[in-house]
Design a protein. Structure first.
Length: 407
């Protein structure tokens, strides 16, 4: 155990000073929900609310949205390497990404790579290749596993050993700070074990892997059907303690969310108001509350009584700096290795994140860029490394290879 941060917990506590922004434009977001009128008429129509949400999502920069149109544009603008379409590997270095895996799922990919004579490199070689043109040799790929799920130690590590492959795992230290054996993420001892073996290259996935609110309009609530994953739950507080929205916070308002590492300014909603929403639901039947007729208007009335605020540009910069510097520092201290690469959660990194990563001493950064190449080439941008879905491993030249259309 090392001394940084605390385990994610579920309490809420007030932070900051609340401006009057909500008061200045209290109803602008809601006319679409039923016309200018009472609070009731603004919140009671479910369908327009969904439509409004869609419209709200459209305001997020195109390059941060994983849409079908984006996929098509990527194909026609040549973002994908030619080996996906039956061509040669041709001196490029592809990077494949996985998350949580089982042995049955992962092993066939490793088998394909092994039987077809591929070798693997990790972050150091990636940096030397893209920055200095140091060759990695033919038939070389990078395997990466995001988030360091428990399966990284239970499944991936022994398989890497069996197949003599190396892989990178990207870790957000705040997520594993107090992890114990049996948790969903690996423990520090697991990470040390894997790192010491030389088979696993542990690198940074920022400090907290955070989603933040970037708008002050309520788009939904934590209802009994809330099913966002832990990391997709927007952060409520992100100082030493990272607190996120979870399914237990029934009644909590939800706003449009984007990655902390985007250039978005974070909206900090009024803690007394969301606390009151949750208390109101608890006092009125919990999950049963949402079967009533007027639950949305009751909650919206509470929300409209509060005041939130947007963070300042200085606060945004300070948080982005901390996300990058602290993750690097904590991992280096715990593992005694060099943390040279950061992988942006959801591959979203704004201009600010890129500049800050450079200043924090990262040599390379995994992040999307509109129309960027989804592979590494010598002389490419080291701060916009883009990866490929692991399913495309089967498109690599070899026996029984597939094409992008049959993967
Ligand atoms: Zn991740």
């Amino acid at each position: 155990m090392i001394g940084y941060g605390k385990k994610i917990h579920r309490s809420e506590s007030p932070t900051g000073v609340w401006s009057d922004r909500k008061r200045r434009k209290p109803q602008l977001g809601y006319p679409l929900l039923g016309g200018v009128g009472s609070t009731v008429s603004r919140v009671k129509l479910a369908k327009p609310q969904a439509w409004f949400h869609e419209r709200s999502i459209m305001k997020i920069p195109f390059q941060e949205r994983k849409t079908k149109l984006r996929g098509v544009l990527d194909i026609i603008t040549g973002c994908y390497p030619s080996f996906l379409f039956g061509g040669r590997l041709g001196g490029i270095l592809p990077v494949f990404h996985f998350h949580d895996v089982t042995r049955e799922y992962l092993e066939p990919y490793l088998k394909y790579l092994s039987e077809n004579g591929y070798k693997t490199v990790a972050s150091k070689e990636m940096g030397e290749y893209i920055r200095n043109g140091v060759s990695v040799g033919d038939k070389t790929v990078v395997l990466s596993f995001d988030d360091a799920w428990a399966s990284m130690h239970e499944v991936v590590f022994p398989l890497l050993n069996e197949y003599s492959f190396r892989a990178i795992t990207y870790v957000a230290p705040s997520l594993i700070e107090d992890a114990v054996v049996g948790d969903r993420f690996v423990t520090w001892d697991h990470l040390k074990d894997m790192s010491n073996s030389g088979l696993v290259d542990v690198q940074s996935h920022t400090w907290s892997h955070a989603m933040i609110y970037d708008d002050d309009v309520v788009v939904d609530w934590v209802k009994p059907d809330y099913d966002r994953s832990l990391m997709a739950g927007p952060v409520i507080e992100m100082n030493d303690v990272v607190t996120r929205v979870t399914a237990e916070m029934l009644g909590r308002p939800l706003y449009r969310a984007r990655s902390r590492m985007s250039d978005a300014l974070r909206y900090i909603d009024d803690p007394s108001v969301h606390g009151e929403c949750v208390a109101h639901v608890n006092a009125n039947g919990g999950a049963e509350f949402f079967k009533g007729e007027s639950w949305q208007e009751q909650l919206m009335n509470i929300v409209l009584s509060g005041k939130g605020r947007f963070e300042t540009e200085a606060e945004r910069l300070a948080e982005i700096k901390r996300e990058l510097a602290r993750s690097k520092e904590v991992l280096q201290l715990a593992l005694g290795t060099k943390i040279r690469q950061v992988c942006m959660p959801w591959a979203v990194g704004g201009d600010l994140a890129e500049e800050t990563a450079k200043a924090a001493g990262y040599e390379t950064m995994v992040a999307d860029e509109l129309y960027g190449k989804r592979f590494l080439v010598k002389g490419g941008n080291p701060y916009r490394i883009m990866r490929l879905k692991h399913q495309y491993i089967y498109c690599l030249p070899g026996n029984d290879r597939k094409t992008v259309f049959s993967c």
